[in-house]
Design a protein around this ligand. Sequence first.
Ligand SMILES: Cc1ncc(COP(=O)(O)O)c(C=O)c1O
Length: 360
Amino acid sequence: MVRAYNFSAGPATLPEAVLRHAQEEMLDWRGVGASIVEISHRSAEFVGVAAQAEADLRRLLSVPDDYAVLFPAGGATTQQALLALNFAAPGQTVDYVVTGHWGKLAVKQAAPCARVNLAADGGPGYRDIPPRAGWSLSADAAYVHITANETIHGVEFQDTPDVGPAPLFADFSSSIASAPLDISKYALIYAGAQKNLGPVGISVVIVRRELFERAGQPRAPIFNYAEHAAHDSMLNTPPTWNWYLLGLTVKWMLDEGGVEEFARRSAAKAALVYGAIDASGGFYRNDVVPRVRSRMNVPFFLADERLTADFVAESTAAGLLGLKGHKALGGLRASLYNAMPVAGARALVDFMGDFQRRHG
Ligand SMILES: Cc1ncc(COP(=O)(O)O)c(C=O)c1O
């Protein structure tokens, strides 16, 4: 069996050690006689798995005690739809800073139940983050929303912006756990799991508990974060398999050295790939302002775009998967999440050099 290097943007590569661990426990979870995904979510065994995943995630991300950690089913988009519903009063303004595709979609999800103020928009090209001084924040916003890392446009906040007294909400779907983060600067962060945390089908929401005091808007209990918190994210049957794999992935990150280590690896991988692009004499091109280039997702283009299909076909044949760019942007994209080893980035860079020699 040969595992390729998988640069897919998500669902994305998982640590081999996690997959092997899950494989070993698949038929009989620790002597129970059934797999963890075949037993009740209320069983002592699964409740233990869930609690351990939360404890490990809290440790990995240094989550302060006054924050709840939720594990809702569904992806980041579902959370985007729930933010205004839970934390904005009907008709209240919410501020959105849009720095790419996913920020734009977050606005669409909030729009039906809040008055969205586009405080800043880096479009149409989304190659830079609009300077903070130019943001038009509202005086009475329920929250300010940013996308910490834009998975398609490859634009990443390098620091937490100061938005004054308004609670800061951030979509960390594609960069969570890739560097140390002071969570106390945010009122809420959320992430779909399928990039850095595990498999698709579960999300993580980390929210300052005092936000639960907000009435929000009329909503069913299943759309109410406070209810989820009160029931340890088991208001209904949770995605137990995903939660279990997330727990294994988080444990793996702790064992590997935690977020400090992944920040080092991420910097090394990004330096390799951007270095190769910038040294290619224009054969490859990344359009993002270097200051805000994403460490996680590197979109790039060939000067001769007719070669893109060849690049995808040849790289796939060489055991480098998932390099085709998102349809919204075209071109190519290398995602360098925590489970991608530095050796994978090196293999990509070697391939890029080889491809240039043959086609340049
Ligand atoms: C930054 C970001 N936000 C939101 C989403 C949407 O996530 P989901 O498909 O889990 O709803 C994605 C998906 O790739 C993303 O990268």
